[in-house]
Design a protein. Structure first.
Lengths: 614, 348
């Protein structure tokens, strides 16, 4: 028994768990995250998994990873480079080693480094012996063997025992980073309540891993990360998809409208459908349609009949919904289309993140078909933007396209839970008054009345053919068409008066402004604050409203000599801003299916500034 | 002029007339089109269907038939091509108190919208689908449709089409539709009766209506609609009754195993007792399917009437019952409990 192991205080740590997609790495990462949240660290996560559910075992295609950055202070990203990697097999090592920090620790399941697995991973020589891991702190743990030993009397088969090794790894990591094991013990008890043998085995494996950490001579140091000093309040850890889903349930309660979701399963948006399906006690209507088109058109039908109607999808699904979005534009119904973006084009990179649907969102329809386009910028922000989407759609009787992305949808962060009473109401009034009613009459916001079936005396027809202003009758009149096209555009444009202005942070009077939109907020914010800490003078502004843009956008852009626009596409926002405001923009892009590393943006800033002054 | 001035009397339970269901919009189908008759039969029947006019929603897709909602003074959505069943499903699921009807054509429902049609049928959403089948594309000016006979010469198939058509009733039966019927635009009384039957059915009700397009496919159904040929070529299906047809009611249909056969009742070949007795409520779809296939056999007359009607719970009803059940088990949704959930911690 080793006594008096050194405890080292760290301010922040980035860990990555990696293994076969059947090794339970997402579960391990999630458990580590939940426990870390309970300890009170600020955190940010990045799950990274293959599109194949179970790719061939032992190959690099099947490697699934989960990265977690936790800290005693405020953090914005899941971390650029891990400080420590847990690699369950050679393939996991091969895929992940290039991302690690110099000097990073690598915990290896030595039992999996046999000739067969090395060959499957494509290693010609054993990296543990050929010197290629020099510079890393490699810890070789007999993880499979230790798990088997701990569970030899468990009554489980060898295969079942092998599947418990992720809990052994988790227990070991809990010891190493001084995390309590009780939350996971409680979770195991609950999760496996119907299979007591498995519950006992997983519990035993977790404890065995924990005690292994304590007793082994492989670890001489153990680490501690103090709780972060976050604003006072009650917190929970939340992913973007989860926040978005409960955001819409909240919007339903706050507006008094039943929530209707028409959806067809698609990565990475399906979790929203799963989450909302749980909340039927709120009267939530989840309709799993036969295809993407039925998903949105059923939502259009529901909107017509008075629901807060949403449809959730990813880029390929938006492509299929395109014609129906046009119908919602023409019929001026409140409809929210949620696009959790992934790598494209076509099927592209289903499980990887990208921001390449902005052009599709703003312009991707036949005819002049303006919709409101908004984007959430962090996992927790997905909650706020759900409320905002509902507010704008119902107030202006207009479709809202809500952009999220795989990175914030699956990533998570601590969320300070708002008191329900502190969330403003969403006022919705159906038209019931017969006197003077016409389906395409306008209020002060240019919105037409929402008169739902069941209301006597307001029977009317809507549809995709051009409508005569006020009466809503079908009209092919040339002047009327131009009038209506401009009216629909003006209605959306006017929303700039009802959204927050673009806020500039950092060195407001700097020469360099870094802009971005949506899910890159964390990476850019981290990069800008690092650059400023290093002596650079930089301002930052981040877009959450893409159509219309905030009213002061032109004014902000014109203030800066050099504007860097960081996006995970080929420069789509930059293009829109250049054509709209005639400003020069230095487009900084990445299209690898991965989020920005803060260091990448920081390096760009440094290059533009010409080095830091201090 | 606004076409939907509120009707004074629509709030209390009143006796409607066909006029109450007629919008002010000029009907813009070609003169002589079969759609006029279908519209007239719907408007004539609507007052007798027992629903409040403000609860009626007509949904359509694209095509000549899909202009239908504009002419009904009810709520309506003229949707996009093929999607009417999906739009109607959204309307009905969101508010099951509404009476939701779909007006559609053979291109709209069976070509571009085939997927939504079969899924509406299998779910048994309580919507009524009126298929205006003219076996041609009218609004795009005369291409062959998925119900056009093989070899059909049209603008897009000058040498004749080479694909086999859909049999709409076989398709509906195969998709588990719980009410399947056929009627004719030129038989107003029959069409009215079938509309009424569809309206009374709980679940997806499908009516195929043979509808003449006098511009691009004139006379396609002449054999079944003209006085002198109709009796010998159409058999009216009536529940519990033997299948008899012919000018002199002297022909019958006998089912020999799986094979239907026309028999002569006059020459002693067969008697009424030998004939196939129609059973609309047969649990098995097999006989209804054999009936649907008559159109593929030139020796058989065209059956019209209700082919099949079975009881099955409706999607919209089950959908809302589940919600109510979950509300009872979990308790009415509480926002505070929703937000303050999962692993929470307090920062002081």
């Amino acid at each position: 028994m080793k006594v008096g192991k050194e405890v080292l205080e760290l301010s922040d740590v980035t860990v990555r768990f990696a293994g076969d997609s059947g090794d339970g790495m997402q579960l391990t990462g999630t458990q580590f995250t939940n426990t870390t949240a309970l300890v009170g660290n600020d955190l940010s996560t990045l799950p990274d998994y293959p599109a194949e559910i179970r790719a061939p075992v032992g190959t690099t295609y099947g490697v699934s990873g989960f990265q977690l950055h936790f800290s005693s202070s405020d953090i914005q990203t899941p971390g650029d480079s891990p400080d420590i990697l847990v690699a369950m097999n050679p393939a996991a090592l091969k895929v992940n080693v290039k991302d690690l920090k110099h000097n990073a620790a690598i915990i290896i399941n030595i039992n999996s480094f046999d000739a067969r697995n090395l060959k499957l991973a494509g290693y010609d020589t054993n990296p543990l012996e050929d010197g290629s891991l020099e510079g890393y702190n490699v810890v070789q743990v007999p993880l499979s063997q230790q798990t088997s030993k701990a569970l030899e009397d468990s009554g489980l088969s060898a295969k079942e025992i092998s599947r418990c090794k992720n809990f052994f790894a988790l227990g070991m990591m809990y010891w190493l980073y001084s995390r309590p094991i009780e939350p996971t013990l409680k979770w195991i008890k609950d999760k496996f309540k119907d299979t007591p043998l498995l519950a006992a085995a997983n519990e035993k494996a977790l404890l065995a891993g924990y005690y292994f950490g304590e007793n082994t001579e492989l670890f001489t140091t153990r680490y501690q990360v103090e709780p972060a000093k976050l604003p006072k309040g009650i917190y929970r850890n939340i992913s973007g998809n989860e926040a978005l889903a409960i955001g819409f349930v909240t919007a339903s309660v706050k507006s008094g409208l039943p929530l209707f979701l028409g959806s067809y399963p698609i990565t990475p948006a399906s979790d929203i459908l799963h989450e909302l399906s749980k909340h039927k006690n709120f009267g939530v209507r989840t309709f799993q349609a036969e295809d993407e088109i039925a998903a949105i058109t059923s939502a259009i039908g529901a909107a017509f009949s008075g629901a807060l109607a949403i449809t959730t999808t990813s880029g390929p699904g938006v492509a299929l919904k395109t014609e129906a979005i046009g119908l919602a534009v023409m019929t001026e119904l409140p409809l929210i289309i949620i696009d959790v973006q992934r790598g494209g084009p076509s099927t592209g990179l289903p499980t990887k993140t990208e921001q390449s649907d902005l052009q599709q969102a703003i312009n991707g329809r036949n005819g002049e078909a303006p919709v409101v386009v908004i984007a959430a910028c962090t996992p927790a922000d997905c909650f706020n933007m759900a409320l905002e989407a509902a507010r704008l759609a119902t107030k202006y009787m207009v479709p809202v396209l809500y952009l999220s992305d795989g990175y914030i949808a699956n990533g998570s962060e601590p969320w300070k839970i708002p008191e329900p009473d502190s969330i403003p109401g969403i006022e919705v009034k159906f038209r019931t008054e017969k006197e003077g009613f016409a389906p395409y009459m306008r209020d002060e916001n240019l919105a037409r009345p929402w008169a739902i079936p069941g209301t006597a005396g307001l029977e009317h027809r809507i549809g995709g053919l051009e409508k005569s202003n006020v009466s809503g009758n079908v009209s092919y009149d040339p002047e009327n068409h131009e009038f209506m096209v401009r009216l629909r555009a003006q209605k959306v444009k006017n929303i700039e008066n009802d959204i927050p202005e673009l806020e500039v942070t950092g060195d407001i009077d700097a020469d360099v402004l870094v802009i971005g939109w949506g899910g890159t907020y964390g990476s850019i914010t981290e990069a800008v604050s690092r650059a400023r800490r290093n002596g650079g003078r930089v301002a930052q502004a981040h877009f959450k409203y893409l159509n219309p843009f905030p009213k002061n956008t032109g004014e902000v852009l014109n203030k800066y000599k050099h504007i860097i626009c960081a996006e995970l596409n080929m420069g789509q926002l930059a293009k829109f801003l250049k054509s709209e405001y005639l400003v020069d923009i230095d487009s900084f892009t990445k299209i690898q299916g991965l989020p920005f590393k803060s260091s990448e943006i920081e390096k760009k800033i440094e290059t533009v500034i010409g080095g830091y002054s201090k | 002029m606004i076409d939907n001035q509120p009707k004074e009397n629509s709030q209390e339970k009143i006796k409607y007339t066909a006029k109450d269901f007629t919008s002010s919009q000029d009907v813009r189908w070609c003169p002589g089109c079969g759609d006029y008759s279908i519209l007239a039969q719907v408007q004539r029947t609507s007052p007798d269907l027992g629903f409040k006019k403000e609860n009626v929603v007509w949904v359509s897709g694209i095509g000549c038939s899909s202009r239908f909602p504009y002419y009904m003074d009810t709520y309506g959505i003229h949707g996009i091509h093929g999607r009417a069943p999906a739009i109607a499903t959204g309307v009905k699921v969101n508010n099951p108190n509404l009476d939701v009807w779909v007006a559609t054509g053979d291109g709209d429902l069976l070509s571009i919208g085939g997927n939504h049609f079969i899924h509406a049928c299998r779910r048994n959403v309580d919507i009524k689908i009126l298929l205006f089948n003219n076996k041609i594309y009218g609004l795009t000016k005369g291409q062959y449709s998925p119900t056009s006979e093989k070899g059909k010469k049209t603008k897009s198939t000058p040498f004749g089409s080479v694909d086999f058509p859909f049999n709409p009733l076989s398709l509906a039966l195969g998709a588990e539709a719980t009410f399947v019927a056929r009627s004719l635009d030129r038989d107003p009384k029959h069409l009215q009766a079938i509309i009424k039957r569809a309206s009374e059915h709980a679940g997806t009700a499908f009516i195929e209506i043979y509808q003449n397009c006098n511009i691009f496919n004139d006379g396609a159904f002449e054999l079944y609609t003209e006085k002198d040929t109709k009796p010998d070529n159409v058999v009216f299906l009536e529940h519990g009754k033997p299948m008899i047809f012919g000018k002199n009611q002297d022909k019958g249909i006998k089912l020999e195993g799986l094979n239907p056969k026309v028999v002569d009742l006059a020459n002693g070949e067969a008697s009424v007792n030998d004939l196939w007795i129609h059973d609309e409520f047969d649990e098995s779809p097999a006989r209804a399917f054999i009936l649907a296939q008559f159109t593929e056999n030139e020796n058989m007359p065209l059956p019209v009437g209700v082919f099949r009607q079975i009881k099955r719970s409706t999607y919209d009803k089950d959908f809302h019952e589940q919600i109510e059940r979950i509300k009872k088990v979990k308790g009415e949704g509480d926002l505070k409990k929703l937000l303050f959930a999962g692993n929470m911690w307090t920062v002081n």
